[in-house]
Ligand binder design. Sequence first.
Ligand SMILES: Cc1ncc(COP(=O)(O)O)c(C=O)c1O
Length: 349
Amino acid sequence: MELAIADSFAHLQKTDIANAIRFPRFTGTEKDRRAGAAWLSRRLGQEPEADRIVLANGSQAILTMLMARYVKPGGILLTEALTYPAIKPLSAMFDIRLHGVAIDDEGIVPDSLDEECRRLHGKASALYCMPTLHNPTSATMSDGRRRDIAKIARRHDLAIFEDDIYGVLPTDAPPPLATYAPERSWYFVGLSKSLASQLRVAYVLAPSRALGEGAFWPGVRTTNWMVAPLVAEIASHWVLTGLANDILQSVRVETEERKRLAVSRLPTASIHPENLNYHLWLDLPEHASLTDFVMSARQAGVIVGAGDSFAVNNDGGDRKFRIGLGVPADQHSLVDGLDAIASLFSVKG
Ligand SMILES: Cc1ncc(COP(=O)(O)O)c(C=O)c1O
C-alpha cells in the first residue's frame, strides 16, 4: 500500500491537478470509465461498454440514487432477509418500505422471492441483493440459483440492484447476477473492501448508457453522489497500471491469514466454515443475550455487529453476531479482539 501511495503522488505531480479539481467529473472521465470497465471485467468475464459505467462516491451513494429513482417514497424494496444494515436508514430517508425474502446457504430462495412478489401484486419494484459473499452470512449463489433469480426478476419486472463489493475477493465466484439479467441489473462494485476502505470510489454498470445517464445525471441537483476528481484520478491510475491488482492480491493473502487466525482463536463450535470469510457470522454463546453480549464485547474493546441489525422484520439475527475481519488495523489487534471475544464464550451468564 505504501508503494501504491508513493506512486500515486508521483502520478498526481505529473497530472494537471488544477484542471482536475476545477470541474466536476459527473459519471467520470472517459479514462475513468475505461478503468472501471477493466476492473469490472474481472467479474463479468469481458469488458462492458465503458459508456454504461458511472463512477460514484461509493456504493452507498449509488444506492441512494437508485432507490430514489426506482423505488420512490412509499414504494417497496425487496432485500435478503438479512441485509447490509445501511439499507435500513437509507430506505427510511426516502420512506421506502423493506420486505425481506427468505435466504438459505445460497442466498435468496427463488420460491420465496416469487411468492413475495405475487403477494405484493406488483408493488415491489426492485430487489437489492449481494449474490456473492453476502453480508453477513458469506453465502454465494450458485450458477443455477442465479439463473432462477434472474427468471423471477424478469417475470415480476423487478429492477436488480446487485452489490458485488466482496465479489472480487474470491478467485472462483460465479459471474454476477447482472450477466443473467443484464437488461434490468444495476451492477455495482465499490473499491472499499478490495483496495482501500475510504478511497470512496464505486463503479456502477447501468443496463444501458441512456438509463445510466438518466439515473445519475445531472448530479449537481441532487446529493453529492459524484466521485471526487482527485480520488478518481488515483483509482484509475491504480487500475490501469496494475497497482490495484497488486493491492487486491495482498488483501486476499491477508484475508486468508486473518481467517486462519480466527479459526485458531475462537471456540470451534461457534464457527460454521461456510460463514467464514471477510466476515464471521457467529452464534451467540448459549448463556448470553444479544444486547448483553454486544455490550460486553464493547467493554472489552471490540465492536461486533449485533445480528438483529442485519434482519429485515424477522428474528433471523436475534442469536447471532458478526465480526469484520478486515476492520482491525493489523493482525496483532485482530488477535487481541478475537481473544477478547473468545473469553466472552467462557463466561457463564
Ligand atoms: C454489502 C456492502 N455494500 C456496501 C458497503 C459500503 O460500500 P461503500 O464504501 O462503497 O459505500 C458495505 C460496507 O460495509 C457493504 O458491506
